[in-house]
Design a protein. Structure first.
Length: 430
């Protein structure tokens, strides 16, 4: 049996896609790159913006022919859009065999077993055939492993559907996180990316009853033998505190990059967004980070066209981005999500105004990105080889240098140029 997984959306969705595949791989299925070669397809969906959901729905629609060619094929739809739409999905697409919402992912191995057992005696018979636990499936590369530490979100930003589809926060036990980190480094991982919707809100007691916060977890993960680098996504500015900043500054394995979503430079809009912080508190955190870690690069998320956004609000956003100087930024047009507080307000920024503001914002962000990349030319940066002659600097910039190639090793590379989003370099030491 051959399995194909498509993960749409954020890094958590990609990591979850890997987890959804595990029970099937453990039953003898083999991952394939092409959907047409697969007997089972899992689509892990995203619903954060309408556009993301539409993409998932159109993909599901197109898979009807694949299913019609052989009705024994199995289509599983999981993730955030599956959670939001639930039964509406199977009604609209009768060729979907199983809908698994994002909230039940912990229950998924049981669900999938129940749903498939009847139709797939074959899979059950093959149980035990597969003898490779910890297959690097769904990892960006075997060198970089992702480890989910928390799920859900306890905030309630007025535009955001994540709390509704992912539910309240739950935190993995530190022992479980560390065991996964150890297993993945033993299998060759050198960079660990800790994942969660608000990853740095993680806190939990360990088995000995000690209170552990995210900063402690970072230190513990970095101390696992073989771990050269630690990153985390996506942090929430609210939980960027002195303990976290000190851990980032003191632990050499923790990489000098932080994604710090600002959303808007207008305090009026941040209030309406229920963002739980002002531009002043945001910039105070950015200042503390940069003074403790002079080399750190920040990236950010910005939403334009939130209901009632004026030219003045937008101007403040441009000024805030200029002040923050993000190395890169993800910029989004506001997308009303059914059931959220903001969706109760008129989506009153006209489409052409949204378009124009987005273009101006992107031009600013692209300029800042180019400037940051150009400033690296001539410098020597330490890169971790991820896929053979290609990897990332500690500050997150992608670097391509060619030879020598040794996935899993760190090299010093002299940056000689920059092409689109990637720095070019040559090896400085062998
Ligand atoms: N938990 C993270 C963000 C997760 S969602 C945080 O709060 O930092 C990723 C990004 O999608 C958000 O930062 C926001 O910029 C964007 N986003 C979320 N909902 C959106 C919506 N309804 N319309 C447009 N962009 C949205
Ligand atoms: Fe959404 Fe806000 Fe939670 Fe981020 S913190 S996932 S934007 S509700």
């Amino acid at each position: 049996m051959r399995l194909h997984v498509v993960a749409l959306g954020c890094q958590m969705s990609v990591a979850d896609g890997g987890e959804l595949a595990q029970p099937l791989i453990a039953r003898g299925m083999r991952p394939v790159a092409e959907p047409k070669d697969a007997d089972v397809i899992i689509i892990n969906t995203c619903t954060v913006r309408q556009h993301a959901e539409d993409k998932a729905l159109s993909l599901i629609g197109r898979l009807k022919t694949w299913k019609d060619e052989n009705p024994a094929r199995i289509l599983i739809v999981a993730g955030c859009a599956a959670e939001r739409l639930g039964g509406r999905l199977s009604k609209r697409f009768p060729h979907v065999d199983l809908v698994v919402g994002a909230k039940v992912i912990d229950d998924y191995p049981r669900l999938v077993e129940e749903a498939l057992a009847a139709r797939f005696d074959l899979i059950v018979q093959r149980r035990g055939n597969f003898a490779a636990p910890g297959v690097p499936f769904g990892w960006t590369s075997p060198v970089c492993a992702q480890v989910t530490v928390m799920r859900g979100c306890n905030f309630s930003c007025s535009y955001c559907i994540v709390p509704a589809v992912r539910g309240r926060e739950s935190y993995r036990a530190p022992e479980a996180v560390l065991a996964e980190v150890r297993a993945k480094t033993e299998a060759g991982a050198r960079e660990i990316m800790l994942l969660g919707q608000t990853v740095n809100s993680w806190r939990r007691r360990d088995a000995a009853g000690r209170k552990r916060r995210f900063a402690d977890l970072l230190r513990d993960v970095a101390a696992v033998p073989g771990v050269l680098r630690v990153r985390f996504e996506s942090p929430h500015p609210h939980f960027v505190d002195d303990a976290l900043i000190s851990a980032m500054a003191e632990v050499p394995q923790v990489c000098g990059h932080l994604h710090l979503p600002l959303q808007s430079g207008s305090d009026r809009l941040l209030g309406l967004m229920r963002r739980n912080g002002s531009t002043a508190s945001f910039f105070e955190k950015a200042r503390r980070l940069r003074s403790a870690l002079p080399e750190i690069e920040l990236s950010t998320d910005i939403i334009i066209g939130f209901p009632s956004e004026t030219d003045d609000d937008f101007q403040r956003t441009l000024e805030a981005v200029e002040r923050l100087r993000p190395a890169w930024a993800y910029t989004f047009k506001y997308s009303p999500r059914e059931g959220t507080e903001a969706a109760g307000r008129p989506d009153d920024v006209p489409p052409e105004v949204k378009e124009e503001r987005l273009a101006r914002l992107n031009a600013l962000c692209d300029g800042l990105n180019e400037k940051a990349m150009r400033s690296r030319v001539g410098r020597v940066v330490k890169i971790l080889d991820e896929t053979g002659g290609y990897g990332r600097a500690r500050d997150g910039f992608r670097v391509k240098w060619g030879t020598p190639a040794a996935p899993g090793r760190e090299f010093r590379v002299r940056v000689t140029g920059a092409s689109k989003r990637t720095l070019l370099g040559e090896c400085h030491e062998r």
